[in-house]
Design a protein around this ligand. Structure first.
Ligand code: TZP
Ligand code: MG
Length: 230
């Protein structure tokens, strides 16, 4: 089955730790608000819970994202994605390699890959990644083990390398410290004139927001504005 084109504009990465989600609200409620505001991809990222717990959360989120026609991807855990039958996975450089994930999930599932440099981005494309998460753009308390802070210029270097190697059509999102205030700088400051970002990926800008729907709406309208030619 051919893969459907994905709208990567507002790519929500979840985190249900109390410090990020808040103590008194549920992840599913926050994700639902984000979907109402225009989140167009959801990635379940849970580094701590046991397999069955992640499967249960994934099933709950998948019931929700399917109603919105939005893909649900699972961070790291290819086995969870296979069990739940959601739309794909996101793997980092230290996770299962793309070809192995592809063998397990098949060709109609989405496999996204983290890239922290032009070299990693090109290797991921060569191995058949469906999209790239480029970062970290800015330092972030959500993930402190990021080896490099790219800044918009570093993101642009990755985009340029993709164009030069013939991978201009591979979708890209930037991640790391992006919020409603700086999203436009990231989107407009990291464009190769030949290739722009397809969207922004955020954790805390939505998951920690007092109004997740408004945060998603703001990010969505910023992404749309960034596409208006000068
Ligand atoms: N990968 C690179 S930075 C990051 C991940 C998962 C965390 C992004 O979180 P936030 O809260 O949007 O800065
Ligand atoms: Mg990972």
């Amino acid at each position: 089955m051919a893969k459907q084109p994905i709208d990567y504009s507002v790519y929500l990465v979840t985190d249900s730790t109390p410090a990020i989600l808040g103590a008194n609200r549920s992840l599913v409620q926050v994700v639902e608000q984000a979907l109402r505001g225009g989140a167009s991809v959801v990635q379940l990222r849970d580094k701590k819970s046991a397999h069955q717990e992640v499967v249960a959360t994934a099933r709950e989120l998948h019931a929700l994202t399917r109603r919105w026609g939005v893909p649900l991807l699972i961070n790291d855990r290819v086995d969870v994605a296979a069990e739940v039958g959601c739309e794909g996975v996101h793997v980092g450089q230290d996770d299962m390699n793309i070809m192995e994930a592809r063998n397990i999930l098949g060709h109609d599932k989405i496999i996204g890959v983290s890239a922290r440099s032009p070299k990693e981005a090109l290797a991921a494309c060569e191995a058949g990644a469906d999209y790239l998460g480029i970062g970290a753009v800015y330092a972030t308390a959500t993930k402190t083990d990021t080896p490099a802070i790219l800044g918009p210029e570093g993101v642009q270097a990755v985009l340029s390398a993709l164009v030069e190697a013939g991978y201009a059509s591979v979708p890209t999102v930037a991640i790391g410290g992006i919020d409603t205030e700086n999203a436009m700088s990231v989107l407009s400051g990291s464009q190769d004139p030949r290739k722009g970002l397809d969207g922004v990926a955020v954790v805390s800008a939505i998951i920690s927001a007092s109004e997740p729907m408004a945060a998603a709406q703001s990010l969505h309208s910023t992404v749309l504005r960034s596409r208006i030619p000068n």
